[in-house]
Design a protein around this ligand. Sequence first.
Ligand code: OKP
Ligand code: ZN
Length: 338
Amino acid sequence: MRTFFDPRQLAHAPLQELHNGGFIDYSETPRRAEAIGRVLPGLELPANHGEAPILAVHDAGYIDFLRTGPARWAAAGRPGDVMGYIWPIVGRRRLKLDRIDALAGQYSLDASTPLTADTWDAAYWSAQSVLSATHAVLGGDRAAFALCRPPGHHAGADYLGGYCYLNTAAIAAQAARKAGAKRVAILDIDYHHGNGTQDIFWDRGDVFYASLHADPATDYPFFWGHADEVGEGEGTGTTLNLPLPQGATLEAFRAAQATALDAIARFGPDLLVLSFGADTWDGDPISDFKLATVDYATLARDIAARGWPTVIAMEGGYAVDALGANVTSLLSGFGQLV
Ligand code: OKP
Ligand code: ZN
């Protein structure tokens, strides 16, 4: 299986995040990508597909904020990384604001996703990695893996959040649509609900979003991922949320995944994007499911058995020392490790 990663993805390295009323070391560290890279000896540099496939998903003003926000923050005399601390309440009229403090609130979902001077470049190359994997699959490969880091599934068309800046799974799905795939499905098996991906395709009938995740009653992102969120308009019925209680083991997770795969089969995609998080692993420091390393091979075999050409985009997973084995296990389930 071809695997893609660019070392420029490592430069993004916020020091701290707001957590439970204090600051802690940032969980989404470059060491995550290094750990995965070590078990993928065939890692390839992505081609540069440019900004157009990013702008096909994301708002131009938001992209400008990602690119210029850190310099504007510094120019306003703010030390440290850009972090929103005031938010327009949902439903208020859209204001055209220029102050960086206002923009940071407008363009962010939470206060635990700092924007640094290196973030844009890292997120840009994370997107290029998933685009290269997408083109490998569109070109006939059965599956390809993008070592996306920073991850993507919490980022919406015009907001960052949950360690995510550019929604790599959405960028892949949209690029596949543009290249001729009529219907694309996204299966998100990260521990957390992919609110950004859901939001981007909420009213679209051509992209199916199915997610298995910890119940938002107990876990981030809290406001999204409930079972009654099914999409709207032309997208009614092409969003499927399967929340699971904390403590879930392979049995419950695999059954829920089968439900998602059956729904995706009824939808009939030309291509699947798999948002893969290894934060469902038993020892993950910020999550509460109980999957074992070998379980990822089982889950991957169940997915591969459906036969859809599959782009795999890395999402979360914060037990750095276990990441290499967990990713290796997942890819082995597709039957053709590097
Ligand atoms: C990203 B991905 C405050 C709690 C916020 C954010 C979790 C983001 C997970 N520190 N935690 O889905 O793995
Ligand atoms: Zn996660």
